[in-house]
Design a protein around this ligand. Sequence first.
Ligand code: PMP
Length: 296
Amino acid sequence: MSYYNDKTVIYLNGSFVKATDANTDLYSQSLHYGYAAFEGIRAYKTHNGTRIFKAKAHFERLKRSCELAHIPFTWDIDQLIRETYKILSLNNLNDAYIRPLVFCGANMTLSAPKSVSIMICAWEWGAYLGHKQLKVGLSSYQRPNPKSIPIDAKISAHYVNSILATTEATKNGYDEALLLDMHNNVAEAPGANVFIEKNGKLYTPPLGHILPGITRATVIGLCKTLDIECIEKVLSVDELKEADSAFFCGTAAEIAGIESIDGVKYPVKWPDSVGATIQRTYKALVLEKQNYEVII
Ligand code: PMP
């Protein structure tokens, strides 16, 4: 997949520059130590034009990630949202994935950054249909101990854990991994949160050992609208395996049904699951379709 070409424009520290002209310092703390914060945002082509879904929530999380990691964040969020819409229009993008990254300048010490930059890039990302259900394997890797690193921040270095888990899962023939936390309770996927369905109710792990997903919060909100009971509680591996159905959710994954865990299939067929209802409703929401409750 090619993320840019010689016409692509990115936003870098207040300017719009060609991706092929932009560069960074090889002595950057971010490159050497993973000391950076980022976001993953989606834009959708809706009948109201190109719309960035939950733009403010994402940039606010970026700011909070920086604060939790002691990386200075000096930018105005509304301004960054305007610049992001400009990036989309300069690159003629409608359905797109947007990647803001706050990164640090040259500093080989383990002390506070000497300088901080922001870049925002975007590339085309067609609508994910979400028809394929995932074969998921429980990972031998755990999510990091929240006392070793602020797990609720989207820090670049955390994603080594995610890459290890996904690589292991695909090597073992699974589509994706599911990681437990340090207490061996269900945590999250390498880049998505998880929900299970049991007796018509949804359950999801509470905050504490997971990234507070913006899609997760959206799903919890949709449950209120749809009058589906949704409970945040610590989930054991047994509860995960004895569920009726399950799904991942995230900006990139949207709502993705899980077919099986460690080869054991969920008994409720995806189209009959609560997750499938959430999937249809979520899609209507991001596409700004009117009366989305009535469509289901
Ligand atoms: N957990 C992790 C580890 C993630 O990387 C992501 C993707 N940002 C999520 C959950 C889902 O978060 P969101 O819904 O905000 O994309």
